[in-house]
Design a protein around this ligand. Structure first.
Ligand code: SF4
Length: 164
């Protein structure tokens, strides 16, 4: 059974995708971007180990009537891609009405073949680059990061971005 290393969960975020969202922060990131917004989540140790089922149960406890979607952030959730796949499948089954966003420091091109991609709606890709920092961008910190419509992108074979 896979386990995820989880740093924490936020019940009602409005900055990690549209609407009120439950946000799962994973522990561990392979990068050290200068200006990282969550440097305490870079070490691969220090979080709480949870099975995908236990994580789903915790997400359920945090969902409210206002919840519009679930976001996985970090750290880098794709560092734990196999366990994340199991968790995302469970979330999809339990909450088919929610959209699922995943933040990663990898580019879409680097991770496009991961099975978990087929179960998410939006991938916010690429590392935070201080030189391209822009506080006016929606749901991301630097201009290199893209809000990728994963389903449309996988269908068409061309990267399709949300214009938010
Ligand atoms: S990819 Fe994100 S979490 Fe990882 S070091 Fe860069 S800004 Fe921080």
């Amino acid at each position: 059974m896979s386990v995820l290393n989880i740093a924490g969960i936020v019940k009602e975020s409005v900055v990690d995708g549209p609407g009120f969202r439950v946000v799962v922060f994973t522990q561990g990131c392979p990068r050290h971007c200068p200006g990282c917004h969550n440097p305490e989540l870079i070490p691969r140790t220090g979080g709480r180990e949870m099975t995908p089922r236990a994580l789903l149960d915790t997400i359920k406890e945090n969902v409210t009537p206002l919840t519009r979607g679930i976001t996985f952030s970090g750290g880098d959730p794709l560092l734990q891609a196999d366990a994340l796949l199991e968790a995302v499948k469970l979330v999809r089954e339990e909450f088919p009405q929610f959209d699922i966003w995943v933040y990663t420091g990898y580019t879409f091109e680097e991770v496009k073949d991961l099975p978990v991609l087929r179960y998410i709606d939006v991938l916010v890709d690429g590392p935070f680059l201080e030189a391209q920092k822009d506080m006016n961008l929606a749901f991301r910190g630097s201009a290199n990061q893209r809000l990728i419509d994963v389903k449309q992108t996988l269908k068409s074979g061309r990267v399709s971005c949300l214009s938010l």
